[in-house]
Ligand binder design. Structure first.
Ligand code: 7RM
Length: 633
């Protein structure tokens, strides 16, 4: 048994141990896994380069700890329950034994297609069990997966394929999402026009729609697995070998490939999963995220399957065919732990309580939230109407880079407080610094959230560009990992995440770099310059507001703003489409040419006065003009 916290004093006790003797603390947890060879050293690190290594020289295969481990003791236990988009379509229950065989079989497919240890495989698939199977098959043979959210455009997909020189793409014909049927393979075809590294494409049939199969390049999933053996030796991997790359947005440039390695990620996702959710054997756990995001990686696939859990995978959306769909699924499978995002909670809250009435939701024990700060109103609605006042809410703060949850209540153990992520998990050492890097000690302080000690699940590099990792996260406050979030530690020592302090905006829990959206807008031939900011949005948390200088010849404002939205949609995908585009005569720039985003953020949020010090503005008149058109709507 791993370390599982049972009481509040137990939490404080483990926390103390983890800070005083981190190596002993993590050794004890790591020892509960199956290693082909034990590690020689627990951790070796410095946050200057940075260089982070855990469980050095340990040899293992993560899938042996997810599949083989449960084969004989719990082979018949359900590993994955898959709920399709359409409630009438049959669901799928996949046992640990079946999952093991499916993963082994697909591992053979990968090998036979020439994929080997260290090769990169892109997974651009809808929410079907085969996507998780593909991830594990990669891990089984030592290949590195990079899942790309199936809502991203062909350009975004091509950028990711090229950044990691992937050899293989796994995809599907199409994707069912609500009332829509979306082409997926056609996006891959378009992307691959720009990618030379890809040799083969394997296509999982989901919608049955017509697609084009390219000769000698494309093959069907069901043909590929035919006759393949259902056993395969798990490749012996080093703790610090790459497990996966996941692209995420930052404040500058193109998305970065966040790299996670095997040993530490395994230990941390398992540890955080069983503790935060207080998962017990036999529980049914459901995380409604998409596997294209880190939450899907750590808390649909890796964490739960490492724990021998039953994990629900949902293909659909919260509002199809009706706004009670989530509650219907919870009752259908008697879900015990449910994990979703504030944006989904707010969207469902808008439908009132009627959609909840037909469902009893009595199976629920724990409710989780992740992705963005949860407002108090949404917290209470979730707590009162979904949890019926008897389920603790775990407000879990973490990031793609952290690999797993760092600050969160432990369900039923940590007293909760609406909108607070509460306290760090054992092994996590947060520190708050002001903008000059001074450490803010004690309680009732507010500043930049950093970490001063590594934890096993943290990322190791940004793919192909280690300097970028240093510059982005380890240079602003030397010796610390800077998260990019602002935080308050209140009078009780509880942490409340205040949101990003950099140019990253959080739209429905999805991270977007404002620079990334600006670059896409600037691709429109009429656009001269643009500035993008976030503004408060009732459902999405933040909406995207674009201020654009453009050549208006033969265009109406309506035409042009619409074209700009379409451009972003094509270049990045629907999640990046600006909610508002305002054509402006100029941008508020300082004499040194820097855009004063602070002013634009105020205007975007509908606040038109008190801009503070604007003395450095080159042309203060431009602000008045922007406000004038903003008011016109
Ligand atoms: C897991 C995930 C990370 C950013 C992070 C925060 C925000 C995430 C919470 C939160 C307040 C939370 N990974 N964030 N969880 N803010 N409370 N419980 O979301 O890489 O996509 O985003 O999301 O700003 O830095 S992510």
């Amino acid at each position: 048994m791993s370390v599982k916290i049972q009481t509040l004093s137990g939490y404080f006790h483990e926390y103390q141990k983890s800070v005083i003797e981190p190596e002993t603390f993590w050794d004890r947890i790591a020892e509960t896994f199956h290693w082909k060879k034990r590690w020689n050293k627990t951790v070796e690190w410095n946050f200057e380069e940075p260089s982070i290594k855990w469980f050095l020289d340990g040899k293992l295969n993560i899938t042996e700890n997810m599949l083989d481990r449960y084969l004989f003791t719990a082979g018949d236990r359900t590993a994955i329950i898959w709920e399709p988009n359409e409630p009438d379509e049959p669901s799928r229950h996949i046992s640990y034994r079946e999952l093991y065989h499916m993963v082994c079989q697909f591992s053979h497919v990968l090998k036979d297609l020439g994929v080997g240890k260290g090769d990169r495989v892109i997974i651009y698939m809808p929410m079907v069990p085969e996507a998780a199977i593909a991830m594990m098959a990669c891990a089984r043979i030592g290949a590195v997966h990079s899942v790309v959210f199936a809502g991203f455009s062909s350009q975004a997909l091509a950028d990711r394929i090229n950044d990691c020189s992937a050899k293989l793409v796994l995809t599907s014909d199409g994707n069912f999402r609500g009332a829509k049927k979306i082409g997926v393979k056609e996006v891959v075809d378009e992307a691959l026009k720009q990618c030379v590294s890809v040799e083969k494409v394997v296509v999982y049939r989901r919608t049955g729609q017509d697609i084009k199969m390219v000769k000698d390049r494309d093959l069907w999933w069901h043909d590929a697995i035919k006759g393949k053996p259902t056993e395969i030796e798990a490749e012996e991997m080093d703790s610090e070998d790459m497990l996966y790359i996941l692209y995420t947005s930052g404040s500058t440039g193109k998305p970065k490939g966040v790299v996670h390695t095997i040993g530490g990620y395994m230990v941390y996702t398992h540890f955080s999963f069983i503790n935060v959710f207080q998962y017990n054997k036999g529980d049914i756990y459901w995380c409604s995220a998409d596997i294209g995001w880190v939450t899907g990686h750590s808390y649909i696939v890796y964490g739960p399957l490492l724990a021998g859990a039953t994990t629900v995978m949902f293909e659909g959306i919260p509002t199809y065919p009706h706004a009670g769909r989530f509650w219907e699924v919870i009752d259908k499978y008697k879900v015990n732990q449910f994990y979703t995002a504030p944006t989904a909670i707010r969207a469902l809250e808008a439908f009132g309580q009627d959609p909840l009435l037909p469902f009893d939701l009595r199976s629920l024990k724990v409710l989780g939230t992740v992705g963005e700060p949860i407002n108090e109103e949404a917290w209470h609605w979730y707590h009162d109407h979904v949890g019926k006042n008897k389920c603790p809410i775990v407000d879990t703060w973490w990031q793609t880079e952290t690999g797993g949850i760092l600050i969160s209540p432990i369900a039923s153990i940590t007293p909760t407080k609406p909108s607070y992520a509460t306290m760090p998990l054992p092994g996590i050492q947060p520190i708050i610094v002001d903008n000059e890097g001074n450490v803010l000690r004690g309680n009732s302080v507010e500043g930049n959230l950093c970490m001063k000690y590594p934890w096993p699940g943290m990322f190791r590099t940004t793919y192909g560009d280690h300097k970028r990792m240093h510059d982005t996260y380890f240079s602003q406050f030397p010796g610390l990992y800077f998260t990019g979030d602002g935080v308050k530690r209140d009078e009780d020592g509880y942490y409340r995440i205040l949101g990003r302090v950099d140019d990253v905006i959080n739209v429905s829990g999805h991270r977007m770099g404002t620079a990334e959206v600006e670059n896409a807008i600037n691709e429109h031939p009429r656009v001269v310059e643009s500035a993008v900011v976030g503004y408060p949005h009732e459902i999405k948390g933040q909406g995207i507001y674009a201020f654009v200088i453009a050549d208006m010849t033969d265009r109406t404002v309506a035409n042009l703003t619409n074209e700009i939205k379409i451009t972003v949609n094509q270049i990045i995908g629907p999640i990046a489409k600006p909610d508002k585009v305002q054509i402006v005569p100029g941008l508020p720039k300082t004499r040194s040419g820097k855009i004063m985003r602070r002013i634009l953020r105020k205007i975007a949020s509908g606040d038109y006065d008190n801009f503070g010090d604007t003395s450095t503005l080159l042309d203060p008149g431009v602000v008045e003009k922007i406000i004038e058109t903003a008011k016109e709507g």
